[in-house]
Design a protein around this ligand. Structure first.
Ligand code: PRE
Length: 131
């Protein structure tokens, strides 16, 4: 069954929000409660995808700027400041700061890989951006 809410999209037409290995194994009222909770999780996950897509669009522009000006892909000083800020925000939000740090680092490592690919394509990796 396809979704019809504001977050519906052609790319999740095949998604069955009722898919579960628990079907028929738990009481109907428990299943109904679980599905209601999962509907919020589905909206949050969709939002995460859109947020990440926007972030990568922004970092792609940064990658082109850095390659154009022969700047290195990574900026460790910036990362230290970002991670300290994210850890503080996570604490305020009652999110595990260690998880927030791991998550940001995971994204940043991928961004650096993209920056390196842009630099390689544009400059052949023969400048500071390749180091
Ligand atoms: O801000 C930059 O210089 C970026 O390249 C973006 C970004 C990030 O994803 O936030 C990625 C790599 C850098 O080491 C620092 C930050």
């Amino acid at each position: 069954m396809s979704q019809t809410g504001p977050m519906s999209n052609s790319s999740d037409d095949e998604f069955d929000p009722r898919a579960s290995s628990l079907s028929g194994k738990v009481a109907d009222d428990v299943m109904a409660e679980l599905l209601a909770m999962r509907s919020s999780i589905d909206n949050i996950d969709a939002t995460l995808v859109y947020l990440l897509a926007e972030r990568f669009k922004a970092t792609q522009r940064v990658g082109h700027l850095k390659a154009e000006h022969n700047l290195p892909p990574a900026d460790p000083g910036r990362e230290v400041a970002q991670i300290a800020r994210l850890r503080r925000l996570a604490e305020d939000a009652h999110l595990d700061p260690a998880f927030a740090e791991k998550f940001l680092n995971f994204i940043i490592r991928e961004v650096i890989r993209h920056h390196q690919a842009i630099s390689q394509t544009r400059n052949g990796g023969t400048d500071a951006a390749a180091s």
